[in-house]
Structure formats: structure tokens, C-alpha cells
Ligand binder design. Structure first.
Ligand code: NAG
Ligand code: NAG
Ligand code: NAG
Length: 384
């Protein structure tokens, strides 16, 4: 009479083993889909201004990610007399994930980056935690040869990012003008190249400025900034024991510019800033955008391609830029007047400071406006 017990035992064994298998499978898939993590948060890059410290602090982080896949990071070595000579160096600051934006730029205004007058480079963050994304960024760099990876991790550290970029720019190129521009800016590059020879050769800070607190302070928006070489030199020549850093590049630059007395501010109304062009009816069906503008901010992928087809970018009649004082009575910047969401205390760069900011990619205006359009949120953008 033991026969009926055998199937019962079998069913029981089968049940147990299937439970074991499911548990094992769950564990396996859980670890499979987890993104690779930086094991020790204290190893996150601590970027400062002292070159040695700065190399050192990054070293472990660099090693850690390099072990998996070596990252071809930018070289800060001064090339001396071997520097490439250009009239205009353009650095497009871009997050690694923004491949679609970069491609839209390559297919549009990037095409005028030819000849010996101008050099165009994308600069993005090289410490990318996600394997697949890191591989894609390196691949993109190797294929297009127009992108550099800096030793930063991403998020709201625009100040360090700018400092990195100008150090590299100075070490690698002999430029007369440096344009640092966002990856959502449509640029009328032919128009710009044609008028550059007419512009001041020294002391120039050119872009879109904000004039706030009833004219008590001003700052240049970091989305588009042209500097002459001497200004960049002065930035880098600051005494390291007093040089100030800030999470936002435009505020850091505002602080640095406070120290420079001889400077020419150009506030250019031909730079369109806000609201983003992609969300503005005025740009919906516009053609020949370069006839009236020099650059258009908030131009995301579709609009970039649209402008690329009909912008009529060419040398234009010369345009005089009005005195800065007619736009803003002061040339001073004061971080204490900033909106609270952008207000951080400047700290000494040499201490490798950190601020209480998010480490993820800064939520740009494209997403904010898309969310707002769909009625999800009313985030404060303060025109950024
Ligand atoms: C930088 O500033 C410190 C402290 O104010 C001073 O001791 C030092 O001499 C300065 N260095 C240079 C190169 O001016
Ligand atoms: C742009 O063109 C589309 C299609 O012709 C039209 O529906 C839309 O109203 C136009 N927008 C503006 C702001 O003129
Ligand atoms: C393009 O710009 C040039 C220079 O300003 C101008 O002469 C020309 O008429 C423009 N083309 C069109 C189609 O508007």
C-alpha cells in the first residue's frame, strides 16, 4: 500500500525545487539589472583648482572605472608651441546621455566648423557609471573625433566643469576667442565668424546677461559666453589660495569678473534666451532665423534640424552693440541676490568643496517645459 505515497513525495520534491529555482532566478535577475555602483561614495571625484590635488583626488575614481574599461580622458598637458592656432574655439558643454542633441548639432551648424578659423569640440563628463552609456560615449568619441571626456561625474558642478574646460582649452589651443555654449543652442556660426574680426580683441565678455534686483547686479548666462583669451588667462592666473568656486558656472564667472576692472561687457539681444525656442510659438514657422538672431537657446533636436534647413546663416551687415550701461547700470555680481534654488555660498576651489546638490544630470529646461506643458508641475526655472 506504499504506492500512493510515491507521487505525493514526488510532487512535494518538485514543489520544493521549483521554489528554489524561482528564488535563484529572482536573485539573478535582480543583480543583473542593477546598474554598476561606485562602491565607496567618498571616492566620488573631488575636483578643485590645485592641479596636483586635483589629479590625486580623481585618481581612485578614475582607476575604479578604468579597471572595467579605460576611459580616454582629456589631457591637461600644455602643448607649448605645438598648440593649434584658431581664431575661435567653440566648446559645447554636453551631458553624455545627450547623443541625439550632439547628432542634431553635427548635422546642422557644426558643418560650418571648417577651415583654420574655427575649431568645434564637444566636452562631456567621462566618469560615467553606467557601462553601456560609457561604452557608447567612448565609441562616439572615437568615431567622430570631435568629443572630449573630462574627469567629472555629472550633475550640478558647472563651475568645476568650466574650470576644467578653460584649463584644457589654454593647454591645447592658441585661440583668440573662446565660445562656451550649451548643446541646446542653435548658432549662426557663419554670421559670427564674419563679424568676429570687427569685435574687440581684448577684455571682451560677450553673451546674454541678466540684470537683476533693479539693476543692482548682473551676470552672464553660461549657455553662451564668448571670452577673449586674456580674460581666460586672467581667470586661470588667480591666486589659488583665494580662487572661488560655485556649483553654477555663471555665478563663479560673475565672482571672478568682479575682480577684473578692465572688461568690456557685450549684452547681445540677438541671442534669444527664454522661453525655450522649441516651446515658443514665435519660432514655430520662422525662417531665416539668422537674419535677426545670432543664436537661439532652447533649441532641441527637432527645432535644431528645422533651423538647419532654413536659417540662412551667412555674413550679415555689421551690427553695433549698444553700451552695456544702457542695459544694466552695474557690472557687479552678488550671489546673495540669486533666487534661492540657485543660491549657494561660493567656496575656495583649493579645498575641493562640495555643496548640497544632486549628483544626477541637472534637469534641463526641455524636460521642465515638457512637464509644464502637460500640466504636471510648476517648477521654478528662473529663466534658466
Ligand atoms: C596668494 O595669496 C596668499 C594669501 O593671501 C599669499 O600669501 C601668497 O603670497 C599669494 N600668492 C601669490 C602667487 O600671489
Ligand atoms: C505654423 O504653421 C502651422 C501649419 O501651417 C499652423 O497650423 C500654425 O498655426 C502656425 N503657427 C504659427 C504660430 O503661425
Ligand atoms: C539671407 O541673408 C542674406 C544676407 O543678409 C540676404 O541678403 C538674403 O536676402 C537672405 N536670404 C533670404 C532667402 O532671405
Amino acid at each position: 500500500m506504499s504506492c500512493p505515497r510515491l507521487p505525493a513525495l514526488l510532487v512535494y520534491m518538485l514543489f520544493i525545487s521549483s521554489v528554489c529555482c524561482s528564488v535563484a532566478l529572482m536573485f539573478y535577475t535582480y543583480f543583473l539589472i542593477q546598474p554598476p555602483r561606485v562602491r565607496n561614495p567618498s571616492l566620488l571625484p573631488q575636483i578643485g583648482c590645485t592641479p596636483d590635488k586635483y589629479q590625486e583626488a580623481n585618481h581612485e575614481e578614475q582607476q575604479e572605472i578604468s579597471n572595467i574599461n579605460p576611459i580616454p580622458l582629456i589631457d591637461f598637458k600644455d602643448l607649448g608651441s605645438k598648440k593649434e592656432k584658431v581664431m575661435l574655439l567653440i566648446i559645447v558643454s554636453t551631458a553624455p546621455q545627450r547623443m541625439d542633441r550632439r547628432q542634431a548639432i553635427r548635422d546642422t551648424w557644426w558643418k560650418h566648423c571648417d577651415g583654420s578659423m574655427v575649431k568645434c569640440v564637444f566636452v562631456t563628463d567621462g566618469f560615467i557609471a553606467n557601462h553601456a552609456q560609457r561604452r557608447l560615449a567612448i565609441q562616439e568619441r572615437n568615431i567622430h573625433k570631435d568629443m572630449e571626456l573630462q574627469p567629472l561625474q555629472g550633475g550640478r558642478e558647472f563651475g568645476f566643469r568650466f574650470l576644467n574646460q578653460i584649463k584644457w582649452a589654454m593647454a591645447t589651443f592658441h585661440f583668440r576667442y573662446l565660445l562656451r555654449i550649451d548643446d541646446d543652442y542653435f548658432l549662426c556660426l557663419k554670421k559670427l565668424l564674419a563679424e568676429l574680426p570687427m569685435r574687440p580683441k581684448k577684455n571682451l565678455v560677450w553673451g546674454f546677461f541678466h540684470c537683476q534686483r533693479r539693476g543692482k547686479m548682473t551676470w552672464i548666462d553660461e549657455a553662451f559666453m564668448i571670452f577673449t583669451r586674456d580674460i581666460i588667462q586672467t581667470f586661470l592666473a588667480q591666486n589659488e589660495s583665494s580662487m572661488l568656486c560655485h556649483p553654477h558656472a555663471d555665478q563663479q564667472i560673475g565672482l571672478w569678473l568682479n575682480q577684473i576692472t578692465r572688461k568690456i561687457f557685450f549684452h547681445d539681444k540677438r541671442l534669444y534666451h527664454d522661453p525655450p525656442a522649441s516651446f515658443s510659438p514665435k519660432f514655430q514657422n520662422i525662417t531665416n532665423v539668422c537674419d535677426s538672431y545670432l543664436g537661439v537657446h532652447g533649441t532641441y533636436v527637432d527645432k535644431m534640424r528645422y533651423f538647419g534647413r532654413n536659417a540662412n546663416d551667412s555674413a550679415k551687415k555689421s551690427h553695433s552693440i549698444p553700451k552695456f550701461s544702457s542695459f544694466c547700470p552695474t557690472t557687479k555680481f552678488d550671489y546673495r541676490f540669486m533666487h534661492r534654488i540657485f543660491r549657494f555660498e561660493p567656496k575656495l576651489c583649493k579645498d575641493n568643496p562640495t555643496w548640497n546638490v544632486e549628483r544626477t544630470m541637472f534637469v534641463g529646461r526641455e524636460r521642465q517645459y515638457a512637464l509644464r506643458a502637460s500640466g504636471h508641475t510648476r517648477e521654478v526655472t528662473n529663466g534658466r
